[in-house]
Structure formats: structure tokens, C-alpha cells
Design a protein around this ligand. Structure first.
Ligand code: TYD
Ligand code: MG
Length: 458
């Protein structure tokens, strides 16, 4: 049979099918399948051209001498924290995020800092013309930094240029969707092109010891070839997130072969570019008002970093048969669970009420430790009794109505004290080993005790 030269590739997940279909069978995405020529594409890197005979390589044991990976430390602390202490030499890093979130701004600022330290930095822009990048750096006050700049989209040309420049310390490719390589026939931005280009760049990083930072746009509807296919190839994946309504941006490590992944870096977008936020708790505490019921401060943890966030609840009588439950920044299923536990175990009824829950500042919380703060906010709003201004809450609520301990209670309490809080309501088990300077730490074993605590206004 003749070799197939055309196949159909899902632009969302990269699955290959022999026939076109309206819906990808692999990921369920609609309208994502496009015709591509795989003959020189998917995985058809250099191996295709070489002879079939393999080279014999030595096998080694797990123990043996290994060196700590050398790193390029940017000095931008929020960035270094997320990368695990600086960019590792010879690694490939994907920085993903929605268009317009500030990826280019972050990277041009980091490039300037590194170039000022004497590192050789190359910034390749495939999206913006050289003039545009220059204008932006001028506005940010970075134009004096010795960053080497080019607007280029051919992977082969980029790699040849980097090699002729004696392999810089760090190269930034902005963005992977604009690149194209001769290894694949499909148009730029398709999965095949994105994958082949990323492969070539990752191979270059490993071979030359140059750190390659690849920018990738992610769209919510997955129409543009997502950088998800690139995630498997690179050593670290950082996501830059935030929402248009707020000034702050969070850089989050999703994958990191050289460090922890649960770290975040917080930045604020200003008219002078991104600024580091050393004390993010102040951002997420909202405009606090002593007499408003329904607001509870949660002492959370993002990675190794404690973060205080205000959780706001509004419980209002409902005119609907099925009352509304609306949640922003937390898990809807988790809210239903807390409401059910409050009803079943503590006798607090919400069945005639609409419930709205919001996490201040637009942050998204995933920790179950927020259960207790959510419960406190709900009870406070329902009863109309405001919670004490200087009190933080954390603890996981179980279906039986028990309050369970959470990790790192002491660092949460320490952060609370640093920000001027004097009281905490936590789980009983956490209270036993809590070692802190707060005036009053109340330990609860049952959620019912929280109801009594809130109602008494203490
Ligand atoms: P950009 O870095 O171009 O985003 P991305 O590369 O992720 O697509 O950032 C674009 C947004 O940032 C733009 O909407 C304007 C805003 N911005 C500022 O608010 N202040 C600044 O100093 C800069 C450079 C950008
Ligand atoms: Mg950009």
C-alpha cells in the first residue's frame, strides 16, 4: 500500500485519525480536527533521515557522581521562587498564559535584569516587530540593557543564529505559535508545527546548554494549537494567570523537573510594567469593614508561602423553588458539601436561601483548609453577626461535621500575626502544637462549636 501522506490531527489534543470527523474521539473537542501532512511532521525529526543502524551507548547505575544543576539567578525573587531558584542551564521552560496577560512584559523585564548582570540574553519575537519591542522597553526604562533582539519565525534560522552567536545563556522565544520549521509542512500554529518547533528548540537547549524559554498562548476554547502538546517535552511549565479586572498576576509552577511545583510568584501590572508583590496577603484581604457580616479571613498556603485571603459570603432569602448557589474562586461542589454538613450536623438551614460565595481579589483557592473560613462566613451572613476583625480561620471540615487539622498551621499563624491579626479559630488537633504569638487561638473539634462561637460574637 502506498504511504499515506495526509492525516487528520486534533488541534486540541494532538490525536491523529485517518479520517476527518466533526468531533475528536480522543478528547471530545468539536471542530478541532484539521488536515495535516505528517510525512515530515510529527516526531519526524532527524531520526528519519539517518541510517537504521544504531549506536551502542554505555548504561550506568543510579548512584554515582552528579552535579547540582547550574542555574541563572534572575534576582527577580518572585520569578526565582517559581523556577526553584533560577533558570537551570540547558533546560527548556514553557511560559503559558492567556493573550495579553503580560508574558512578554515579564520576560523582557527578566531579560533586561539578566543582561544587566552580564549574561548574554537573546530575545526572539515572532509576534511583535523589533520596533514594537523597542518601544515597550523604552517605556519600561529598559532600553539601555544589552539584550540582543530579533523578530524571526523560522526555527532553523533561529538555531543557526544562536549557534553563530556562541550560544547565549538564555534565549526567549515569543511565541511558539508563530514559529515554523521546515521539518513540518503544516501552517504555523498547528499542532504539528508547534510540536516540531518545540522539539527542535528543546534539542538545541540540551545540546548547547543554553536555557530556552518558550512562550505559549493558551486559549479557553482550544482552537489555536494549545501549548499543551509542548508540556511533555519541556523541563518546566509555568503559567502566568490573572484576570482582566484585577491588577495582579500570578506566576504558577505546574511542572518542574528541578524544583517544587506548588510555588507562586505574585506581580502587579502597573503602567511601568510588572512589579513584584512581596506581601501578597495585603492584595487579597479586600477593603475590610468591621460591621459587615459574611466576611471571614482564611489563612491559606500557596506552596511554601502563607497567604491571607478574605472569603465573602452572602446568604439572602430566596424566592426561587431551587435556591441559587453561586461561587467565584472556590469549588461549587465543596460549597454544597459545607452547606449540607451545616444543615445535617449543626441544624443551620440554608434551603430557603440563595448563597453567594466570593474570594476577594479574584484569587482561586483549591485547599480544603478553607472549609472552616467558608463555614464561618456563611454562618455570619445568615445570622447577621459580623465576625471579629482580627480573626483568621482555617481547618478542613469532614462529612461527619468534624474539624480536621491542616498542614503547616504554624506558618499560617505566623503570617496572621505579621499582618496584625490577634485571634485564630482552627482545628483542635492543630491547636495542640500551635506555637505562635497570637492572643487567642481557639481549637474546634466539631463544626457545631463554630456556630456557637459565631453566634456569641467572639
Ligand atoms: P503583554 O506582555 O504584551 O502580554 P502577552 O505577551 O501575555 O500577550 O502585555 C500586554 C498587556 O499588559 C497590555 O494589555 C497592556 C498591559 N501593560 C501594562 O498595563 N503596563 C505596561 O507597562 C505594559 C508593558 C503592558
Ligand atoms: Mg506577547
Amino acid at each position: 500500500m502506498a504511504k499515506r501522506s495526509i492525516s487528520f490531527v486534533c488541534q486540541s489534543c494532538g490525536a491523529i485519525t485517518p479520517k476527518w470527523a466533526g468531533r475528536c474521539e480522543s478528547c471530545g473537542e468539536w471542530n478541532s480536527i484539521q488536515e495535516e501532512r505528517p510525512a515530515s511532521g510529527v516526531g519526524g525529526g532527524p531520526a528519519a533521515a539517518r541510517s537504521a543502524k544504531g549506536r551502542v551507548f554505555p548504561l550506568v547505575g543510579l548512584s554515582g557522581e552528579s552535579k547540582e544543576a547550574p542555574r541563572i539567578v534572575t534576582g527577580v525573587q518572585e520569578l526565582d521562587r517559581v523556577t526553584g531558584g533560577g533558570f537551570v542551564k540547558g533546560s527548556a521552560i514553557l511560559v503559558g498564559g492567556d493573550p495579553g496577560i503580560g508574558k512578554s512584559t515579564l520576560l523582557i523585564q527578566a531579560s533586561a535584569v539578566l543582561a544587566n548582570q552580564g549574561h548574554k540574553i537573546v530575545y526572539i519575537s515572532g509576534e511583535e516587530a523589533v520596533d514594537q519591542v523597542r518601544l515597550r522597553s523604552e517605556r519600561l526604562g529598559l532600553s539601555a540593557s544589552p539584550v540582543a533582539l530579533a523578530a524571526e519565525t523560522s526555527v532553523e534560522d533561529i538555531i543557526a543564529t544562536l549557534q553563530s552567536e556562541k550560544n547565549p545563556a538564555l534565549v526567549i522565544i515569543d511565541s511558539i505559535q508563530t514559529l515554523w520549521t521546515e521539518q513540518a509542512d503544516s501552517p504555523p500554529g498547528t499542532v504539528t508545527q508547534v510540536r516540531a518547533s518545540a522539539q527542535a528548540l528543546v534539542r538545541y537547549a540540551k545540546k548547547s546548554g543554553c536555557t530556552v524559554v518558550i512562550v505559549g498562548h493558551v486559549t479557553k476554547d482550544g482552537q489555536i494549537a494549545g501549548p499543551r502538546v509542548v508540556e511533555h517535552m519541556v523541563d518546566a511549565v509555568l503559567y502566568f494567570e490573572g484576570d482582566g479586572a484585577h491588577q495582579y498576576r500570578i506566576l504558577r509552577g505546574v511542572k518542574n523537573r528541578f524544583g517544587a511545583t506548588d510555588e507562586i510568584g505574585v506581580f502587579e501590572m502597573t503602567d511601568m510594567g510588572l512589579k513584584e508583590v512581596a506581601n501578597p496577603s495585603s492584595l487579597f484581604l479586600g477593603e475590610r469593614n468591621a460591621n459587615t457580616p459574611g466576611a471571614a479571613v482564611f489563612a491559606g498556603l500557596e506552596g511554601t508561602r502563607p497567604l491571607l485571603v478574605e472569603i465573602q459570603a452572602l446568604v439572602a432569602p430566596s424566592s426561587l423553588g431551587t435556591p441559587r448557589r453561586a461561587v467565584i474562586g472556590w469549588d461549587t461542589a465543596r460549597l454544597s458539601m459545607i452547606l449540607a454538613v451545616l444543615e445535617a450536623r449543626c441544624g443551620v438551614k440554608f434551603s430557603q436561601h440563595d448563597v453567594y460565595l466570593n474570594v476577594a481579589g479574584g484569587l482561586r483557592i483549591n485547599e480544603p483548609a478553607a472549609d472552616l473560613a467558608v463555614a464561618a462566613a456563611l454562618i455570619s451572613s445568615l445570622s447577621g453577626v459580623a465576625l471579629p476583625m482580627d480573626c483568621v480561620y482555617f481547618g478542613e471540615v469532614s462529612l461527619s461535621g468534624g474539624v480536621r487539622p491542616v498542614a503547616q498551621a504554624n506558618s499560617r499563624l505566623k503570617e496572621a500575626r505579621k499582618l496584625g491579626f490577634g485571634q485564630a479559630v482552627i482545628s483542635g488537633a492543630n491547636q495542640k502544637d500551635a506555637n505562635n504569638g497570637l492572643d487567642k487561638v481557639r481549637g474546634l473539634d466539631e463544626l457545631g462549636e463554630l456556630v456557637a462561637t459565631v453566634a456569641s460574637g467572639s
